[in-house]
Design a protein around this ligand. Structure first.
Ligand code: AAE
Length: 665
């Protein structure tokens, strides 16, 4: 294996934040450790020993999570884990439970939901009110023919209606799947049609960036294209006229206002929801996770790693089309108040989310690394403008957070705020490299591998390595791994997706370095590596230098070597600020890259473009562009409906025509 370059040498990292001993003492992580000592006789004095135990005694650990958090099993499991193999592990055989029952355990008067739309529309729900609404919609769904095992799909923004409909479906043992209303009609149909839903819940429109958008035509199209649909429930969200033949949300609630709440006990692996791979070709893969796996994984992440519980206000900026919505909603599992925001994070400007944090006394503020990067570039200074004294943690995901991003949070949001840079993904609907209340934050690093997550960095020959960049793998099963892919009867697609590189080991597709301290650094996707003369580098390091330059708004780097090209080149595409030109910037960029990365990582060419193509979830399209530049016909390289800005591909298609190709990959 050629050596992969690691940005920071062992032992050099700077501590940016240290946990306050009193807070550690009061944390749920400490309570869990004390409980393990008193009830199980386990002496696990620090995070490291707890993690070692959690990943070597899987039955002990996940059984303890179920017990400590008082998971309600309607029929008891015969054991915790049968056949600890991947794929095919069987968790809590014989157990029945229901996710919604755990999400709705909060006391009647505790605040469950705070909702805020960008135009100021807002509402609140206590746990008691939420239970009543879920009960009504549950009964409404039943009246519309929804039964255990059916699918309920939703074209909804991050609003209380989305949450209520999801919990109502889950309470019945129906499987949920949502798309954000800004997705294109084709992208939505590609997702929903394949899972044959019984009921569609949809808004009439949505608001974004100061404008209202009507989606009734899309809803009509879906109704005509999805033959399995028996009913459509429409939420009056922007004041559109009702759709003929559809049931209105308000009437559904009113008709069943007195309905009792009940929870269908379902097997541990019973499908809770279908998420979709952000794959950019073919039909999106429907990733199915089970009730039990999600209850356990999210209790662990939210209570132990995020130290969330009753009295906390948990916010993550997300839409219903990203798994972070599912993660956010699980804030209810630990009795917190979840703060839902619907709108643009930059309207009227980037302060909007920080203002929200002040208004609602958010204790855990989650967002994406690109949002942090934008705040940094725009010189936003939330702590000067807002009272953020209630804020304890800033979470970041979606892309690696740069060291500059870490420093910006520490200086502009507050040095006392913990930075939880976390990584995982849709595949497990969680973060498995994360933060913990009893661990420091080292500059540019994710503080730990999560409990129960046997994450390793593998060399090409499949050996675990420390302080070396390798493939991110998970060597032991986790309960929130997909129970199956939709329509993948023989499991071959699931095996191909994760288990085709290392036998019996989950290969995630990211580059990671595990440090000697137990922390980690993610270097970007391993299938878009930059390999220059044998020196490999994750794209995140490249973006850190390029996007750190004033005048660069966005960028995409593609190494065309090894992808059907005879003469591989390193190409850097730049979106420049209006007042900057490429000839002015290029010499400085070249010199920065030479000094900060290596002379081999200075691109052969810089090309200015108007936009970088991104997936619906905002991820840069590195692999599709690489394929297009290698000569793959665009229709095989990318599905335009999977993109947020399909027109952004045009310059790459033009360029592909001019490049020499030997073969298509
Ligand atoms: C937790 C995550 O890993 C989220 C994401 O990047 O999609």
């Amino acid at each position: 294996m050629t050596e992969m370059r690691a940005g920071t040498a062992a032992g050099e990292a700077e501590v940016l934040w240290r946990p306050d001993p009193d807070r550690v003492e009061d944390s749920r992580m400490t309570a869990f450790r004390s409980w393990l000592a008193s009830t199980k006789g386990l002496d696990l004095p620090d995070y490291e020993s707890l993690w070692e135990w959690s990943t070597s005694d899987l039955e002990g650990f996940w059984g303890a999570i179920a017990e400590f958090f008082e998971v309600v099993f309607h029929s008891a499991p015969t054991r915790v884990l049968e056949a600890p193999v991947m794929p095919g592990a069987s968790w809590f055989p014989g157990a029945t439970l229901n996710y919604a029952e755990h999400a709705l355990r909060g006391p009647d008067d505790d605040l469950a939901v705070v909702f805020h739309r960008e135009d100021g529309l807002s509402s609140r729900l206590t746990y008691g009110e939420l239970r009543r609404k879920v009960a009504a919609v549950r009964a409404g769904f039943q009246a519309l023919g929804v039964r255990r095992g059916d699918r309920v799909v939703a074209l909804v923004p991050n609003s209380p209606e989305a949450l209520i409909a999801f919990l109502a479906a889950a309470s019945l043992g129906a499987t949920w799947s949502s798309c954000s209303p800004d997705f294109g009609a084709r992208a939505i149909a590609d997702r929903f049609t394949q899972i044959s839903p019984t009921v569609l819940v949809a808004v009439d429109g949505y608001r974004y960036n100061g404008r209202a958008f009507d989606v009734r035509a899309t809803v009509e199209k879906l109704r005509s294209e999805i033959p399995s649909l028996r009913a459509t429930v429409v939420v009056d969200y922007v004041g559109g006229t009702p759709l003929p033949g559809a049931v209105t949300w308000d009437s559904l609630l009113a008709e069943h206002a007195e309905a009792p709440l009940a929870f269908e006990p379902v097997p541990f692996d019973h499908p809770l929801w279908v998420l979709y791979s952000s794959g950019t070709t073919g039909l999106p893969k429907g990733i199915v996770q089970g009730h039990g796996g999600i209850v356990l994984e999210h209790l662990k992440m939210l209570a132990l790693h995020s130290d969330l519980g009753p009295g906390d206000r948990f916010f993550w900026f997300t839409t219903t089309g990203w798994m972070m919505w599912n993660f956010l909603v699980s804030g209810l599992l630990v009795g917190s108040t979840i703060v839902l925001f619907d709108g643009s994070p930059a309207h009227p400007d980037l302060n909007v989310l920080w203002h929200l944090a002040e208004q609602h006394r958010v204790t855990y503020f989650g967002t994406s690394a690109p949002y942090i990067q934008s705040c940094l570039k725009e010189g936003v200074h939330p702590a000067e403008r807002y009272d953020l004294t209630g804020l304890r943690v800033v979470g970041s995901t979606g892309a690696p957070l740069t060291p500059e991003g870490f420093r910006w949070i520490a200086s502009a949001v507050g040095a006392e705020v913990q930075i939880a840079s976390v990584s995982g993904g849709t595949d497990l609907c969680t973060a498995f490299v994360a933060a913990a209340p009893d661990l420091p934050v080292w500059l540019g690093e994710l503080s730990c591998r999560a409990l129960g997550a046997a994450v390793e960095s593998y060399s090409e020959s499949g050996q675990p390595v420390v302080e070396q960049v390798g493939e991110l793998v998970i060597t032991k099963p986790m309960p929130s791994m997909p129970v199956f892919f939709w329509g993948d009867e023989d499991g071959s697609k699931l095996r191909d997706a994760y288990f085709s590189t290392f036998e019996g080991v989950w290969r995630h597709g990211d580059w990671i370095r595990i440090t000697e301290r137990g922390s980690a650094v993610i270097y970007g996707r391993s299938d878009s590596t930059l390999n220059r003369g044998g020196v490999r580098m994750g794209t995140s390091e490249f973006y850190r230098v390029v996007e750190g330059m004033p005048g660069v708004a966005d960028s995409l780097v593609i190494d065309t070597s090894g992808a059907g090209r005879t003469d591989g080149e390193l190409l850097c595409f730049l979106v420049l600020d209006d007042d900057v030109t490429l000839p002015d910037l290029e010499p400085k960029l070249r010199s920065e890259l030479r000094t900060n990365l290596s002379p081999r990582h200075v691109p052969n060419r810089f090309v200015a473009v108007a936009e970088i193509p991104r997936t619906l979830n905002g991820k840069k399209c590195e692999v599709p562009v690489k394929k297009i530049l290698a000569g793959t016909p665009p229709e095989r390289a990318v599905s335009l409906d999977a993109l947020r800005n399909p027109a952004a591909l045009d310059p790459f298609l033009d360029l592909a025509r001019d490049l020499p190709h030997v073969s298509s990959p």
